[in-house]
Design a protein around this ligand. Structure first.
Ligand SMILES: [Zn+2]
Length: 366
């Protein structure tokens, strides 16, 4: 096996202290304290035929298992076990204070400070690449964001519009993107129909904030800004793509498939600084990997554009509940893509994304 220095561009280390106590529902507080209760409830719901509710409870259980670690260091240690020595991890914090469930015990500034401390240790200093999270509603002047970047040395920005703001939010347009573009700081943003959503926010609106097309005005105004639409559109859209069904007014992914849209936006060559990552989505490994490989491997300029703009990421620890371990998926991925393609998305592309490596000027984007 050749030596590939992997950079996992999408991971999380936040803990229960960073999540509001009543999320996703106050009635679940006792259940959060007694983990096996959720397993039992999920089983009963499934037995009674309430599959969707059972799935929701199961998801909660996973979430609480994942977040129950004592601190970020703990989760990081667990994550490192899955990867070869020397692997680097981009860590994306979460500000969940504005989703309508009350404030979490530990605020975002403290979460940033914790991460900065971890990144300063001999043990993890080289492995850890922290990004700073901004929710414009809790940080309307972007003070905390720029403190994390300018003072703590964070290397990029994390957004999560699905929680209830548009990518064209005025704080972002006036105080975040211009400076990020100027500094060459990458912006990672959640782009799938699943995940965290503001309390009471209708799916339709959450989807409108998350939609790849919602970034077009941003891409137009800040053409040099590096933006990554994480999750490559997400599992629902991949599923709809892999299993084409007739269009339906209730299933937007069948008519406006985000995976297809992201690929078109990147391969068009109109947005040279638009990226995507395969985190979480590709953990549905068997189903999707042949498609990913087909998209990436080919002789045309379009293939090449996409090949240079897909990042390896996993979404640890969101993936811990999946059947396969993180290590098992990564090795299968590497095996299926082959060393060259894997090196491209796991080593070369992350270096370009993080501003550590120049890309050859070969006219690919004209
Ligand atoms: Zn994530």
């Amino acid at each position: 096996m050749s030596d590939i220095q992997i950079t996992n561009c999408h991971t999380h280390l936040f803990t229960a202290a960073h999540v509001p106590k009543t999320y996703p529902h106050w009635a679940l507080i006792p259940i959060k304290r007694v983990p096996w209760l959720t397993a039992l409830i999920a089983w009963v719901l499934a037995f009674l035929g309430f599959q969707e509710a059972a799935e929701q409870v199961r998801r909660l259980r996973r979430f609480q298992e994942e977040t129950s670690s004592a601190d970020q260091r703990n989760i990081l240690q667990n994550m490192c076990r899955h990867y070869p020595k020397g692997t680097r991890f981009v860590v994306l914090p979460m500000d969940l204070s504005q989703i309508g469930y009350g404030p979490p015990e530990v605020q975002i500034a403290e979460q940033h400070d914790d991460l900065a401390r971890l990144a300063a240790t001999d043990e993890f200093g080289k492995e850890l690449i922290p990004f700073a999270m901004i929710d414009p509603r809790s940080d309307p002047l972007a003070n905390e964001l720029w403190r994390a970047v300018d003072t703590l040395g964070f290397r990029g920005i994390k957004l999560y519009p699905r929680m209830g703001y548009a990518p064209t939010d005025k704080t972002l347009m006036s105080l975040v993107y211009p400076k990020a573009e100027e500094k060459g700081l990458p912006v990672m943003t959640h782009c799938s129909r699943g995940g965290v959503k503001g309390h009471g926010l209708p799916d339709r609106i959450a989807d409108a904030y998350t939609d790849p097309a919602a970034y077009l005005p941003v891409l137009k105004e800040f053409p040099r800004l590096k933006i990554c639409l994480a999750h490559f559109g997400g599992q629902r859209d991949w599923d709809a793509y892999v299993n084409p069904e007739p269009p339906s007014p209730y299933h937007d992914e069948r008519t406006r498939n985000w995976q297809v849209m992201i690929r078109q936006m990147i391969t068009s060559g109109d947005h040279p600084n638009l990226w995507t990552d395969i985190s979480y989505t590709l953990f549905d490994f068997e189903e999707y990997i042949p498609f990913l490989r087909t998209f990436l491997e080919g002789p045309t300029k379009e293939h090449e554009r996409l090949r240079r703009r897909v990042l390896f990421g996993s979404d640890y620890y969101m993936t811990r509940q999946e059947e396969l371990s993180e290590r098992a998926v990564c090795i299968r991925l590497r095996n299926a893509l082959g060393e060259d393609l894997f090196r491209q998305i796991a080593e070369i592309n992350p270096q370009v994304w993080l501003g550590e490596r120049q890309e050859p000027a070969d006219g690919l984007w004209r």
